[in-house]
Each structure stands twice: as structure tokens, then as C-alpha cells.
Design a protein around this ligand. Sequence first.
Ligand code: FEO
Length: 400
Amino acid sequence: MREAQDRLADGVLWIGALDPERRWFDFLPLEHGTTYNSYLVRGSTRTALVDTVHPSFAAPFLERLARLCPAGPDFVVVNHTEPDHAGALAGVLQAYPQAQVVCSRAGAKFLENLLHAGLRPRVVDETARLDLGGRHLRFFITPLLHWPDTMMAYLEEDAILFTCDAFANHFSPSSLWESELPSLEESSRFYYRAIMRPYRDHVQKALARLEGLPLRVIAPSHGPILDRDPAQHLAWYRTWSTPADTAGKAAVVYASAYGNTARLAEAAAAALTAAGIQVRLWDAAREDPSGAADLVDGVQGLLVGSPTIMGDVAHPIWEFLSQLARVPRRGKLAGVFGSYGWSGEAAGILEERLRGLGFRLVVPALRVPLAPASQDLEHIGELAGNFARELETTQEEGPR
Ligand code: FEO
């Protein structure tokens, strides 16, 4: 990439790395790789490096830094300590021991645990203002966008906001500039859902703090630099971080080898519907597991059914549950049921897992030996009816 294309303003340069071949990142499948954006900001007296790159790109990154800034940076702003951004920090500090690390309080602790180097970073809060000579960096402390350490740096005179993971995209673009690319809405939404959605309360708090901030460019640490309409990205995050109306909505999720747990699931869904609940019946062995997070994000509660297979929960249900780390679920309601042959451990295992994920188990589990008899179908109907009443009560009381 030519350096002229890498200039955000006079003296403000992108010096990151493109990683178009990466297909798996932070346990997230990627189709078109990603980038690790690092920025060099020169004032008349001092220079700051904002974030670094993934450790696998440290060597070419350090070479480029040495060419562009032979004396090295005075400050290394570590917006976030995850190694895709701080992975070349040790190399930078080894080459330029005079450089002072600038980070949040949580960042200082994480750096100690990552580098074990006895660093003495300059811990900043939102009153700090770093003077580079004619240019000043301010900071927004934005925990959980994406780790508790995360902050943003704002270059006042140029209205450039360095946001690290927030407002980023996971692909390696043909141009660094959003204004030269098709709309990023779908890609940004994918990224938001995968990385930011679990922390949407914190996204909303961060957006409130950025309200009214003059913005010419948003410079995130993955994907294109956002120069087309920065406010649009704030607006998208505002929309996406607004929780869906889940009142009176539930899902019945199940897997079934011989149709016995399926019959229980269908009876549960029918009873919920009869109680006025809007229900989605989800066969985990047939549905795409990647839809699990959206499903759960849109409901107030979940009934989960699994047969016991070799003493365990059926695999499609484990796959379903494995998607739920990426969605806020604390306080949602749950109940479990399932058919079993001789031991019936699945219900207890499921309850434990759902509780661990933050669900509130509000009805006793129903375990049915092999094929449900008519009284078993009555029992699952009663379970679903009780679950519907819990949903209504929670709705009246508000989330706990
Ligand atoms: Fe791109 Fe949370 O690191």
C-alpha cells in the first residue's frame, strides 16, 4: 500500500498490517481476513504511536516504524492490550526504551500480566491531555469495547477518533478508505454482533460520552478507516445496541433422535402459544447454529429439550449453547426437558450449563422415559404454562 494512501492528515499515518489470509480469529470465522491498524501521530515536538499490530506482523511493522520514525515514538498509546493490537509492543519498547506507554488503569494491569516487564505506564483518565506540540490527544475510557481495559484516543485538532475495536470491520480491504468502498453496513453489523453485542450496555454508555464530539475520521484498529460519514457508524451502533422488545416472546429449542423429545417440544410450544406467548420452535439439529445468538437475543425465555445420549446432552444442543457467549442473556428465563432411555443425565447437565450462562431456571426439569405417554404430554403442558406465567410476572416486575 502506498504511503500517500496511508495519510489521515499531515503527520498522521496508518502503519498497520493487512492479514487477508486469516480465516479464524479470536474463535471467529472470517471470510476475507482482517487488518491490524496502527497509527503514527506527529506533533511539532513529540510523536505518538497509537496501538501496534498482531505479533505475527511485528517484524515488518518494526522495520516500517524505524524507517518512518528513526528516533522512535515518545508515547505508545495502548488503547487495548489484546495481542492483536499490543502484539508488537514488547518489540517497540525494546527498540525505543524511552517511549512511554499510555493506557487505562485496567490496561496497566493487563500489560503487567502480558509482558511481565515491570512497565511504569502513564495511566490516563478522561481529564488527561497529551501534548504533542500543536496537537493534543484526549482519551475516552470505554471499558468492554472490547475488554475492560479499552479506551479511545481523540486527536483534537484533526477530529480523528482512534477507537481500536469499536466501529471496526473484520476484512482486509482493497482500499484503506471507507469512501472508496461499498457500504460497510453489513460487515459492520457482523462485527458488532460478534464482538460488541455481549457488551451492549457499555456500547450505549460509550456512545453517550461521544455525543456531540466533532468527528472527521474514525480510525479503528481493524478494517477500513471511516472517512465517509463517521456519524453514520455511531448511529448504527446506537440502533444495534438498542435491545429488542422481548416481552412475551420465547423459544423452544430441542434436539431429538427418535421424535420423543420433539413431541415434548411441540407440546410445550403449543401450551406456550395457548398462554399467549409468541413462540419460535427451533430444531437444533436442522437449524443453522449461527442463528442461535439472534434467536436468544430476541426472546425473554428459553425452554431447552435434549435426550440423554451416552450420559450427556445431545451434540446439536451443545452447539446451540456454544453460540450464546456472544449474546447478552443474564436474567433471561429458562427451563429444560427431555426424553431418556435409562439414566437421564441430560436435564441436570443442561440446567447447570444454562445457569452458568446466566439464565434463571424457573420451572423444575421434566424428564420422560423413552416415548411420552399422554400424562407426560400433560406434564410438559403444565411446565410450559408455568413458564408462561413466570414470563408474564417478570415482564410486570421488569428484568431482575
Ligand atoms: Fe482487536 Fe479485542 O482485539
